[in-house]
Design a protein around this ligand. Structure first.
Ligand code: AMP
Length: 142
C-alpha cells in the first residue's frame, strides 16, 4: 500500500491555520478537529510550516505561556518533510520513526493533498498483519 491508498481510505481533509494565527487559535483548531497537528500553507496551499501538540508541550516547558499573542509562525517547524502519493506505507513509517515525528503532509505538484499520521499507518499495518494471519490459518487448515 502507498500513501495514495491511505488518503483514499481516510480522506483528504487538512486542518490549516495562517502563519499569523496565535498559538491559542492553533490549539483550538487542533482540539476542534481532534487532530494533533495543523499545517501552515502558503498562498498556493503548499505547506510552509507544521505545528503540532509536541510544539505546544515544548512552548509550555520553555515558559512561553502567552499563547494568545504568540504567532504560530514564531514556533512552527519550517523545514517540513513531505510525503508523496507513491511513497509506500513502510517508507513513510521509516521516515517518521527515524525523524521522530508523527505527521507527514502529502504533496504532489505543489498541492497539499492530505496528511497521514503515524496512527493511520499503524492501522494499515495491523490490518495487513491480521489478513496475513488469516491467510496462514486458512492455508494450514486446508
Ligand atoms: P509530532 O511527533 O508530529 O507531534 O512532531 C514532533 C516535532 O516534529 C514537532 O516539533 C513538529 O513541528 C515536527 N514535525 C512534525 N511533523 C513534521 C514533518 N512532516 N516535517 C518536519 N517536522 C515535523
Amino acid at each position: 500500500m502507498n500513501l495514495k491508498d491511505v488518503l483514499a481510505a481516510k480522506g483528504h481533509r487538512v486542518v490549516t491555520v495562517s502563519a499569523k494565527s496565535s498559538v491559542a487559535d492553533a490549539i483550538r483548531a487542533m482540539h476542534a478537529a481532534k487532530v494533533g497537528a495543523v499545517m501552515v500553507p502558503d498562498a498556493e496551499g503548499c505547506p510552509v510550516g507544521i505545528f503540532t501538540e509536541r510544539d505546544v508541550v515544548r512552548l509550555y516547558a520553555d515558559g512561553d505561556r502567552d499563547f494568545d499573542t504568540l504567532a504560530v509562525e514564531a514556533r512552527m517547524t519550517c523545514s517540513v518533510v513531505l510525503g508523496r502519493l507513491s511513497m509506500s506505507v513502510d517508507e513513510a513509517l521509516g521516515v517518521m520513526t527515524e525523524r521522530r515525528f508523527r505527521h507527514l503532509p502529502v504533496v504532489e505538484e505543489g498541492k497539499l493533498l492530505g496528511v497521514v499520521s503515524i496512527g493511520d499507518l499503524v492501522k494499515v499495518k495491523l490490518n495487513e498483519t491480521a489478513q496475513e494471519a488469516q491467510a496462514l490459518r486458512a492455508y494450514i487448515a486446508s
